[in-house]
Design a binder for this molecule. Structure first.
Ligand SMILES: Cc1ncc(COP(=O)(O)O)c(C=O)c1O
Length: 355
């Protein structure tokens, strides 16, 4: 029998980390993870089922994700050799750090933003540099570039729209960042389908630009599929460190069907966007909260007090939202994902009672 002190063996950079926390409820209304509230349509399920019949599950998946890349290529008009598929776009964020950073190098992102940029960087022994967003949750490129340059930053991650604030940053400032920062600019467009705003057309002119997208927000969160559009030379570098079978056969199949039959999911996206307008209007009627505009499938709002209590009260009544109050810039702030009309009504009803 061995009884060694395992904690002595764990490396310092991991020991000091905190795991990504996600509260969950078994039953109830899940408005905390920015998922699509609608399950895949019966038509899409039938298409997936029909192809599943022919899938050789005893064989490894296609390591190049050829059919899936073809589907992305024809939707986006980008060549397949500029694409990499990830087991979620999280994985591609990690790969970017692996490809561009040695131990101790620096990556940057705004504050507040998507927590995984920091978690992944710290887990890899990288330094992080942040730049605070202003009162409109925006930033100025000039001062940011100065900071990034003096900190020898290698990559800057921009969530566009930004999670959790919900807005797209000013296009002019991002354009300046792409044109003047001598490092990699990653535009994480995980919520693109709800914003309709992209910098994809800039890729032909700027070889420091990378764009990430995800299918998690539009219906396939359970299958983990994200993709990145890269300058060709970077695809080759990422392929050196990517696990050969990082995207499984079922994921590849379902994602291909979703993209090749996008009108089925577009209907769901349109409903979510309609509900976003209604939910914003209804929240604006509640006096003791301040609501921020949203280009995404979630809304950030701030209670004048007792954010934690409101969060707990909602959870005890089966409604799970994201509590962001521990962040110094997000006191009493909660983030609610746009649900179905019925889910949103129940949320509004409970929120008024909780307040
Ligand atoms: C800005 C942003 N990027 C990436 C992700 C991760 O997406 P995926 O599920 O594809 O890993 C999220 C998920 O919440 C996100 O908010």
């Amino acid at each position: 029998m061995s009884h060694i002190d395992l904690s002595d063996l764990i490396c310092e950079k991991v020991k000091n980390l905190k795991a990504y926390q996600v509260e969950t409820v078994e039953e109830g209304i899940k408005l905390h993870a920015n998922e699509n509230p609608y399950p895949p349509s019966p038509e899409l399920k039938n298409l997936i089922r029909a192809h599943l019949e022919n899938l050789d599950l005893n064989r490894y998946p296609d390591p190049d994700c050829k059919r899936l890349k073809e589907a992305i290529s024809s939707r986006l008009g980008v060549p397949g050799n500029q694409l990499v598929i990830g087991n979620g776009s999280d994985e591609l964020i990690q790969h970017l750090m692996q490809v561009f950073c040695d131990d101790g190098d620096t990556v940057a992102f705004p504050e507040p933003t998507f927590a995984m940029y920091s978690i992944l960087a710290k887990g890899m022994g990288l330094k992080t540099q942040t730049f605070e967003l202003d009162g409109k949750w925006d930033f100025k490129a000039e001062s940011t570039i100065e900071k990034l340059t003096s900190g020898h930053t290698r990559i800057v991650f921009i969530s566009y729209p930004n999670n959790p604030t919900g807005n797209c940053f000013s296009r002019t400032e991002i354009q300046k960042l792409i044109e003047n920062f001598e490092g990699i600019v990653v535009l994480d467009e995980a919520y693109y389908d709800f914003s309709g705003q992209t910098f994809l057309d800039q890729m032909k002119d700027h070889n420091n630009l990378v764009i990430l997208r995800s299918l998690s927000k539009i219906g396939l969160a359970g299958l983990r599929v994200g993709y990145g559009i890269f300058p060709k030379i970077l695809v080759d570098e990422i392929n050196k460190i990517r696990l050969p079978y990082n995207s499984n056969s079922v994921t590849q199949l379902a994602a291909t069907e979703l993209l090749n039959n996008f009108s089925l999911v577009q209907k769901q996206i349109d409903s979510i966007k309609k509900e976003r307008i209604r939910l914003l209007d209804e929240l604006a009627k509640i006096k003791s909260i301040n609501t921020y505009p949203s280009d995404a499938n979630f809304i950030l709002f701030q209670a004048s007090e007792n954010g934690e209590k409101i969060f707990r009260n909602l959870m005890e009544n089966g409604i799970l939202v994201r509590n962001l109050g521990s962040h110094p810039m997000l006191k009493n702030c909660l983030r609610v994902t746009i649900g179905t009309r019925d889910e949103n009504d129940q949320f509004l009803d409970r929120l008024e009672k909780a307040i």
